[in-house]
Design a protein around this ligand. Structure first.
Ligand SMILES: *Cc1c(COP(=O)(O)O)cnc(C)c1O
Length: 384
């Protein structure tokens, strides 16, 4: 109830207190060094299982040098939006490198992956259209879909038959879009894209696939799960981020030259936000090149992932290893016990994941050691 005689701070204090009683109140830990496989977190050294630094590039001296040199040459910020004088030669070079990696005609870089999704989706779908999302799609995809004011529907997670049913029931004059992730951020599972894309094609729908966690990790030279399946030419929009495996900052979409030109003209998050900072763009460019030319990083990552999955009994493949415990309280308690033993693996709770699926999420990097993985397994076993 809103009482006009309480201040905003008092009202929020009550709301925060009620989050706390349901184990949903969250607050960030603070790192005082590079977010590597080991990091100084809230003043203590911890093995870091919380980053998306899959290839171990966060601390790479070549990436750091590229960022430092770009800051010296171009300054701290781009100082304007892309269309108003903020497009640097560096952005063009980065876009060409990404398009080449993804084997698509063109790419467009945004200040973040969140900008890419919330900019591009409303540029492509409007109130007359229908967007069909995987039920577990990332918040930035949901927000982009809401901003578009299209009709929203969901299909069961990674279920092409359900997608087909939902598409069959959505007739109408408008366009239809199918939106999903290639590798899911909280479960680490991969989408059955061959069948999802086939269902979309059969029903005359277009496809938008978020490769935030696929890029750099999966596919030839880290080009992503879409490319691993040979679908590059059949997915209308492939989105990705420079902030995860590439350990920099920024997001992108790739596709036809016309798609990119349309984004430049219509994606509000591209048009009305300052261009990606030079240091971030240069770090991303260096990281993409290293990721492409050093496949051993991916091999190592998958070796460690197999070891952790076997130890914890978590099926599947790849570096995102969710250890489900069920209740929010149990997830928080397990994360705290791991923390006390020198490991940082965060509890992930609703609304980030569905109710009843709270988990401790381990995210591996090529910079972890076998001993780190074994410590995690022992710590979980002894904490349960
Ligand atoms: C992290 C993430 C994003 C957003 O990317 P940022 O560059 O961090 O803004 C988008 N989609 C998915 C699936 C993600 O995991």
């Amino acid at each position: 109830m809103y009482l006009r005689n309480t201040t905003l701070a008092e009202e929020l204090r009550d709301a925060l207190a009620s989050l706390a009683t349901t184990h949903r109140r969250r607050s960030p830990k603070t790192l005082s060094g590079a977010p590597g496989a080991r990091a100084l977190i809230d003043g203590v050294l911890r093995v870091n299982f919380a980053s998306n630094n899959y290839l171990g590039l966060a601390e790479d001296p070549r990436v750091r040098r590229a960022a430092a040199q770009a800051a010296r040459r171009w300054g701290g910020g781009a100082t304007a939006s892309r269309l108003m004088g903020g497009t640097l030669a560096l952005h063009r070079e980065l876009e060409a490198e990404i398009a080449d990696l993804k084997r698509r005609p063109a790419a467009l870089v945004f200040p973040s992956g969140y900008h890419a999704n919330t900019g591009m989706i409303p540029a492509l779908a409007g109130p007359d259209d229908t967007i069909v999302l995987d039920r577990l799609a990332h918040a930035s995809l949901v927000d982009g879909a809401r901003l578009s004011r299209a009709r929203l529907k969901v299909f069961r997670h990674n279920d092409p038959e359900d997608l087909d049913r939902v598409l069959a029931r959505t007739a109408g004059p408008g366009r239809r879009w199918v939106i999903t992730e290639s590798v899911f951020s909280m479960d680490g599972d991969r989408a059955p894209l061959v069948d999802l894309v086939a269902a979309a094609e059969r029903r005359g729908a277009r496809t938008y696939v978020d490769e935030a966690h696929g890029t750099g990790v999966w596919g030839p030279a880290g080009s992503g799960w879409i490319n691993a399946l040979g679908l590059a030419g059949r997915v209308d929009v492939a989105m990705g981020t420079l902030s995860k495996a590439f350990a920099a900052q920024g997001g992108f979409v790739c596709g036809s030259k016309e798609l990119i030109d349309w984004g430049v003209n219509r994606a509000r998050a591209f048009i009305y936000s300052t261009a990606l900072a030079p240091a971030a763009a240069a770090a991303a460019l260096a990281a993409v090149r290293i990721a492409r030319s050093e496949p051993a990083r991916r091999d190592r990552l998958f070796v460690l992932a197999r070891r952790l999955r076997a130890g914890l009994g978590v099926p599947g493949e790849g570096p995102i290893v969710p250890f489900r415990v069920g209740t929010d309280e149990a997830a928080v308690a397990l994360a705290q016990r791991l923390w006390d033993r020198g490991l940082f693996a965060p509890a992930v709770r609703p609304p980030t994941v569905p109710k009843g699926t709270a988990r401790v999420r381990f995210s591996l990097t090529a910079a972890h050691t076998e001993a780190d993985v074994d410590d995690a397994v022992t710590a979980v076993r002894e904490s349960l």
